[in-house]
Design a protein around this ligand. Structure first.
Ligand SMILES: Cc1ncc(COP(=O)(O)O)c(C=O)c1O
Length: 371
């Protein structure tokens, strides 16, 4: 049996009638850029998220740096995130001209460690950027409390956790803005690139809306800006898919439970930890080898056995060659947990369209690994 890492085409086939109809509607409308379908999807996304405003942009990275710019962040401003997130979280800080401050993660959840954030704060700190890594919310109550104590912005990088929530908070409730990615492999993904921000602050909405469209909200009237719009074709696809996000998340949670039960006796692996009361939507099912020296061996073994396992992310940002490429960056403290995670992580296949046989084949194969 072959088990792929992504279920994009299966998902398309399951939803073909809805997606084809959505695409056809845009094609026939003659309005493809900032047209009515984008407007409608932005309304649907805001309603879904319980936010006052949502703005579609070109991708998740742009969502982050456009938000930083809208908040007036730039040269000399320090923004704190953790070293084991996807590269784009820090990259967006550099694009906005800010200093990326990298801290360690919680060794259990791999999300940002609030105590590490607190220790990293200086007079130049302006924002905290927690990432809801792998589909589980960062500890937003603690982050919010630190932000309030020091007067900092909070921008959530929600590229991986649409439809997740915390024990007593929802995404967006405790921050200034939420940024998300709709690249195809995300839990809510289009056939290409896309992104969005949502916020309750009108000034962030207005600023990002203008920045994404050459500094313009009125024909021929411009200020400095960029081109980063979510195309109507993507908005149509996302509108069709948004209706299914809850059932897809539920299925991911079900698969994660089957993995957890099947892998619990694999003594060479640590399994994902879900914080009590949190809805972890398992964008990725990330396990770690207890011994980092085993990671590549297990990975090769899985691939040899036709299981397309991957790593997210095997090189922490500060360990990438050439870091920080002439950009402003600070490594705040030793980062042993982020480095251990990079050295030992393995992502097993995880998507709602996995069959029970495929899940069981992954479990059996992993369990049969002999050092
Ligand atoms: C945590 C995180 N932040 C930011 C991004 C950037 O999103 P995009 O690829 O749409 O630019 C991604 C995904 O790609 C991500 O996983």
């Amino acid at each position: 049996m072959k088990v792929g890492f992504y279920g994009h085409v299966r998902q398309y086939h399951n939803l073909k009638a809805e997606i084809d109809a959505a695409i056809l509607e845009v094609l026939e409308s003659g309005q493809y850029v900032q047209g009515p379908t984008l407007k409608r999807f932005e309304g649907e996304l805001a309603a879904y998220a319980g936010a006052k405003y949502a703005v579609g942009v070109g991708n998740g990275t742009d969502a982050l740096w456009l938000t930083f710019m809208a908040l007036g962040l730039g040269q000399g401003d320090e923004l704190i995130t953790h070293a084991n997130t996807f590269f784009a979280t820090a990259e967006a800080m550099w694009i906005a001209g800010c200093t990326a401050v990298l801290v360690d993660c919680d060794p259990l959840t791999k999300c940002i460690d609030p105590e590490a954030v607190r220790k990293a704060i200086t007079k130049r700190t302006r924002a905290i950027v927690p990432v809801h890594l792998y589909g589980q919310c960062a500890p937003m109550r603690e982050i919010r409390q630190i932000a309030d104590e020091y007067g900092l912005f909070v921008v959530e990088d929600n590229a991986q956790a649409i439809d997740a929530h915390g024990d007593d908070f929802r995404i967006g409730e405790l921050s200034d803005a939420v940024c998300t990615s709709f690249i195809i492999q995300k839990n809510l993904g289009t056939f290409g690139d896309g992104g969005a921000i949502w916020t309750n602050h009108q000034y962030i909405n207005d600023k990002v809306r203008k920045l994404r469209n050459h500094g313009s909200i009125k024909r021929d009237v411009h200020s400095f800006g960029f081109n980063s719009r979510l195309d109507d074709l993507h908005a149509g696809v996302l509108s069709a898919k948004l209706k299914h996000i809850k059932e897809w998340s539920d299925r991911r949670i079900e698969i994660a439970a089957r993995y957890a039960a099947g892998l619990k006796d694999c003594d060479f692996l640590d399994l994902p930890v879900v914080r009590p009361g949190y809805r972890h939507v398992f964008h990725l099912y990330e396990v770690e080898t207890k011994n980092p020296a085993d990671r590549n061996k297990v990975l090769d073994y899985l691939v040899r056995n036709d299981i397309d396992a991957k790593t997210h992310y095997s090189i922490a940002i500060h360990q990438q060659e050439g870091f920080p490429w002439g950009k402003e960056a600070r490594i705040a403290g030793p980062l042993p947990h982020a480095e251990k995670s990079a050295a030992s992580c393995i992502s097993l296949p995880m998507y709602p369209e996995l069959t029970e046989d495929e899940i069981d084949y992954v479990i059996e194969t992993v369990c049969a690994w002999k050092g």
